[in-house]
Design a binder for this molecule. Structure first.
Ligand code: C2E
Ligand code: CA
Ligand code: CA
Length: 619
């Protein structure tokens, strides 16, 4: 068949085939054009999203160099695109934050976006707070770099700071409020404990303020309070804190005063300052100040205690007619607790309400000045009377039959606290001892040994860390019980050793491990021959029987020197640390005692401190 014949026979088929081929070509052409324009469209969209984004965006290559930036980035950084191209992205970041940003740039392993907060240094040198989100550019499974998208946090941060500041400051005067003030005192007291210097608190209440307020109106009253605030602020040194505690009550925390005299001089200046007439709505207004002064002493255990002392002294100033300052003294505090007949039921209530607290006083080894243990000392956080010492409620607890409950609570609570520190590795020196007091009434209780065993088990506290302090008067009669306690693995200390007139036979029977020497023997140590002789005797007795001795109530370096000469090693006392809260104990155990307390022969307390820096104001 020739071609003509074939064509004649299959003509229709050929035409149809050609048409189909054409159609296919057209379709594929259209499709190609479509993908091309779709791609261009996508490209354009992407470019538009990049260029017009209000967020600052930079593309950064895998080596961290900037490839492109958008207009927002140019504005944010202050550099133009040409200046930015090719430079390391991290070089724009504030030096302190650079490492973090570099890590974040590197961290694209997961192909997931992630953010860091950091500061960018603007061309003009100012820092801008940013949140930088790094988005990997991934095509297929290859990473080509990252988008760095920056969000300006400046406004948000300002708002946050503003809110924070409002929560801590008095609206009217801008001074610190109660909560910030308490915080400042807490920190100041912690510094005091570590360095041995003193702080003072002036508590001030205006005299005659009500008169001005009533006669001249509230607006005038407010203006006067602001003026008072300004005078006080002007008066103090940098680092001191002025607070308004409400109404016409103000307080000043003076950091670092040399002695009580310096605090009183400051109080006198404050009284004089407020005595100067004020100008309120064009007229002179006269008010006065009643100021109470309290200086930190080593036995201050909480900010509230210091405030309460200054407050009491302020009331005394008011009582004496105002326009004066009064320093706090113990006499002002007599009648501190007038719980009287209600004490017993109050204590019952306080126990149930969880108002008891435990403080820890470190036992320090003079060789190396290390903390080798603590004594748990109970306190009562009374809602009205503040922090009460055990002397004000232990005798009542003993008479009311509450002492067993109280002692056991202290045992339980302190085991829990110290076990936590042991688990956290905060306690490193070994051996370490938690020493807990047992009242003689409690010691005589039938259930004592079982109770101690029960608490050790429940609190999962290793018995070897626990020491029980008992009084001399019960030792002789209690030998069998002591043996049972010791079989649990705990050690026994005789508290206030040498105070009673008990025969000392028990020392031979290896019943006790530690003798604690009361502070009354220590008070005049160095001067008084008799107490020196008593301590010398106790130390040699202890050596003979292979017992440890802890000397309590060390308050100054003269005593330490005398003790060292006699061979005493373990001490407890305000010179090193007063009883402290668990937090502070944790801090002391982690950081160690302040260098000021590392013993150097012939140095006075706190003598290792630096001289205070040059200061302005307050003088
Ligand atoms: P203590 O067992 O002789 O405790 C030592 C006391 O001396 C503590 O008084 C401590 O704060 C104080 N102290 C430590 N160093 C110095 C110093 O350098 N100078 C001065 N002046 N004092 C210092 P605190 O805490 O007032 O306790 C008084 C007593 O109350 C304790 O005397 C103890 O007998 C009893 N006590 C405390 N906690 C408990 C407890 O949980 N149960 C029982 N039954 N009694 C407790
Ligand atoms: Ca004790
Ligand atoms: Ca004692």
């Amino acid at each position: 068949m020739d071609l003509g014949q074939w064509a004649a026979q299959n003509g229709t088929l050929v035409v149809a085939g050609a048409a189909l081929l054409g159609l296919i070509l057209i379709i594929s052409l259209v499709a190609t054009l479509r993908t091309k324009s779709a791609r261009r469209l996508a490209q354009e969209r992407h470019t538009s999203l990049f260029d017009n984004n209000t967020a600052a965006v930079a593309t950064v290559d895998t080596k961290g160099a900037i490839e492109r930036v958008n207009a927002a980035f140019v504005e944010l950084s202050g550099y133009d695109e040409a200046q930015l191209q090719g430079i390391a992205f991290a070089s724009l970041i504030a030096p302190d934050d650079r490492q973090r940003v570099l890590e974040s740039l590197r961290d694209d392993s997961e192909h997931r976006p992630h953010s860091v907060e950091s500061r960018l240094v603007h061309k003009d040198g100012l820092e801008v707070e940013l949140e930088i989100t790094s988005v990997p550019i991934v095509i297929g499974d290859r990473t080509f770099g990252t988008y760095q998208m920056a969000r300006d946090l400046t406004q948000q941060r300002e708002l946050e700071r503003e809110l924070e500041s409002r929560a801590l400051h008095d609206h009217l005067t801008g001074l610190a409020n109660r909560s910030l003030f308490a915080d400042r005192i807490r920190h100041a007291l912690q510094r005091v404990r570590r360095s041995g210097h003193q702080v003072a608190l002036l508590y001030m209440d205006l005299d005659r303020f009500k008169l001005v307020n009533d006669n001249a109106g509230h607006a005038a009253g407010d203006a006067l309070l602001c003026e008072v605030a300004a005078r006080l602020r002007n008066f103090v040194r940098e680092g001191d804190t002025v607070a308004r505690l409400g109404g016409d009550e103000f307080a000043i925390l003076l950091e670092d005063v040399a002695d009580a005299e310096e605090a009183e001089t400051a109080a006198k200046r404050v009284v004089d300052l407020i005595n100067e007439p004020f100008k309120v709505s064009g007229k002179a207004a006269y008010v006065g100040a009643s100021v109470g002064v309290a200086v930190s002493t080593p036995d201050i255990e909480s900010p509230e205690q210091l405030v309460r002392r200054a407050d009491k002294a302020m009331y005394e100033a008011k009582r004496r007619g105002g326009y004066r300052y009064v320093p706090y003294t113990r006499d002002i505090d007599t009648g501190e607790i007038r719980l009287g007949d209600h004490l017993e039921s109050e204590l019952r209530r306080g126990l149930a309400a969880g108002e008891l607290a435990v403080r820890y006083q470190p036992v320090v080894d003079l060789a190396g000045t290390q903390i080798v243990g603590v004594e748990a000392l109970v306190r009562w956080n009374h809602p009205v009377h503040g922090l009460l010492p055990p002397s004000s409620f232990i005798p009542v607890a003993e008479n009311a039959g509450l002492i067993i409950q109280l002692d056991r609570w202290v045992l339980e609570h302190s085991c829990r606290d110290i076990r936590r520190l042991l688990r956290q590795g905060v306690i490193q020196s070994r051996p370490f001892t938690l020493s807990v007091n047992l009242s003689s009434k409690h010691f005589e209780d039938e259930g004592l040994v079982d109770a101690v065993f029960g608490i050790l088990t429940a609190e999962q506290f290793a018995a070897e860390y626990l020491q029980l302090e008992i009084k001399e008067d019960v030792v002789a009669r209690g030998s069998e019980k002591i043996a049972r306690l010791k079989s649990l693995g705990v050690t026994i200390a005789i508290d206030d050793f040498g105070m009673g007139d008990e025969p000392l036979g028990y020392l031979r029977d290896a019943m006790v491990d530690v003798l604690k020497v009361d502070r009354t023997f220590v008070m005049s140590l160095g001067g008084d021959r008799i107490s020196t002789a008593v301590i010398r005797t106790i130390l040699s007795l202890a050596e003979m029987h292979d017992l440890q001795v802890v000397i309590e109530g060390i308050e100054d370096p003269v005593q330490i020197e005398a003790l060292r000469k006699m061979g005493g090693r373990l001490v407890q006392g305000f010179y090193f640390v007063a009883p402290v809260e668990l937090d502070e104990l944790e801090h002391l155990l982690t950081r160690g005692l302040a260098p000021a307390f590392i013993y150097q022969p012939g140095r006075r307390q706190g003598g290792g401190q630096e001289a205070p820096p040059e200061t302005v104001g307050r003088g």
